[in-house]
Design a protein around this ligand. Structure first.
Ligand SMILES: [Zn+2]
Length: 135
């Protein structure tokens, strides 16, 4: 039997996502967060395979065309530095979106440690070069 993952929705996690500097607008249950950018399934997989998201949520996106309001289901996977969104149409085909800043990093490498600062939003991250770490 597959392991079932259960995600709770603590307000602290949601608040930290809303305060991410790389996100301009958290959106709402019916609105997509800003900024967003459509990506293909390969790009989605490249990001999603990194691991378990910090937070997951379900939204019904409102699509307003003329007098017709349509609601389409979607799921968002929030990570510490970006969001991934899957939007389903009536035929269960999926569109994929990258949420938040498309980080463009300035990198400073020192002793196997890479300090990265996004030139666009100021987000900071750290990476380690395993083959250069000294014991
Ligand atoms: Zn950025």
């Amino acid at each position: 039997m597959a392991e079932k993952l259960v995600y709770v929705k603590p307000n602290e996690i949601k608040e930290s996502i809303m305060n991410f500097g790389w996100l301009k607008d958290f959106g709402s249950y019916n609105r997509i967060p800003q900024p967003f950018c459509k990506i293909d399934d390969l790009k989605f997989a490249e990001i999603a395979k990194r691991g378990t998201p910090e937070y997951m949520e379900y939204r019904m996106l409102a699509i307003v065309e003329g007098d017709i309001d349509e609601y389409i289901p979607s799921v968002i996977y929030w990570y510490g530095d970006l969001g991934l969104m899957v939007v389903f149409d009536e035929n269960n085909l999926m569109d994929f979106y990258h949420l938040g800043c498309q980080h463009d990093y300035d990198e400073k490498v020192e002793n196997g440690r890479v300090d990265m600062t996004c030139k666009l939003c100021g987000y900071k991250d750290v990476d380690y070069l395993l083959d250069e770490v000294k014991e």
